[in-house]
Design a protein around this ligand. Sequence first.
Ligand code: NAD
Length: 495
Amino acid sequence: MTLPHVSNWVNGAHASSASHHLKVINPATGAEIATIDATSRETVDDIILKSLDTFKNGKWSKADPSERYAVLSKAAVLLRARIPEFAELETEQTGRPIREMRAQLGRIPEWLEYFASLARTHEGRVTPFKGPVINTLTRLPLGVVAQITPWNHPLLIATKKLGAALAAGNVVILKPSEMAPLSVLKLGALFQEAGLPDGTLQIIGGYGRETGKYICENTHLAKIDLTGGLLTYQAIAGKAGENMIPITAELGGKAPVCLFPSLDVTYAVKAALFASFIASGQTCVTGSRLLVHKDIYEPFTELLVKRVKAFRVGDPKDTKTQIGAVISQASVTRCTDFVERAAKEGGNVLCGGKPTSVNGQGFFFEPTIIETTRGSNLSCNEVFGPVIALIKCDSEEEMIEVANETSFALGASVWSNDFNQAHRVADKIDSGIVWINGHHLNDPSSPWGGWKESGMGKENGIEAYESYTKVKSTVMNYGVQPTWFDDEIENARYG
Ligand code: NAD
């Protein structure tokens, strides 16, 4: 059977197929579902050079903000109308349950609406410059920017990044993950229908270590916006540094979920299930460390294990399925390795712990809870799968210490009915995002990003929009006389 091929989206059309292709696999069945271009360095360089011309011609980079508003708003409308189709495609290429994809994608158009509004309403500043001088600050687009995105939320992350970059007037080179690129490759035609000038959004397929590398090594870029792993950041940072290309890096996490005794145990367990097992634990903010106060630890653990064992692991297309596939065989192996090492370190596997399958196929891993101690491999390192560390803490102080003792600092949640305690703990947690009595909550207006090895810079919010702009300072003098070199002038102003 010939697989459908989806070529790059370049200059407003699907380009003719590249000489090398790569296969996209449905992780829930192991079946090949499509091929995409494995884009060469030569093609990447050519596309970026043409994109520079597009930026310079000003059709989008100098477009009136009201025009950018109109295009992004229309793209939101078009996207909203096609959510059911996109949700099915996301499920097919990621193995994530359809009920998750429908819920997640239902909100994605809001990102385009938010950044459309920012394009229209964002204002420059006038500084309190001393004297008869007016200093205006205006924000300009950066140029040709690269966006390198992961497979776990293909459309959400691409839309977040695109919204900000396009609203600010940039030309975007978008490289989706080779594991799940199909939904993102459809965005080109959608934005064209919304009125985006051709060549403003270029979507390029390929492996990260090849095409991704070629993109990030190009000297014409004005910014790289990466969501991915630390190793990927480290692979691109050197060259980007040499080329003076700034990087926004949204990297991994090891989010603690701090559960205090003021909680009803049933509620605490529901909180943990939600934090830990969305996307089979494959999100950067997965609540991968359950830190449970000793006073509720026993009943909490008993109920948690009962609920996890009852999860419906199944075909992601089935609306009743709660836990879908993991992305690949490599991910199954990674989960297995974490479980084996945790057991060797004295961890107690309370449930799960093994690869599994659905209808005898696919890449699945049993939802797993391992009782472990702070400092263990599982407590400190990102699994990016459904293998969750459970750690008993004796006090609030200990919980804060444990929460802060990994190299990551992206997301964390604090669950307590004691108002003072919730705020006190949230205050002391070293993390880019802290939820109180919530987890995974996200909004286009709310800056998203981590510290330490979780990255730098923000998605979402005014911060993201501004990160796609450069500031121009215009200083207008209406009174300072240029008398500096006149003879014997007192109080002449120089600066
Ligand atoms: P990854 O780093 O393997 O890949 C991410 C992207 O980088 C892909 O498009 C890939 O092709 C590309 N890439 C890989 N090597 C490259 C190279 N040498 N040069 C240029 N590009 C390269 O990550 P992944 O497996 O797709 O995603 C999982 C990781 O992403 C996890 O660590 C997760 O925590 C992180 N993540 C972070 C956030 C966040 O908001 N902070 C969100 C989602 C995922």
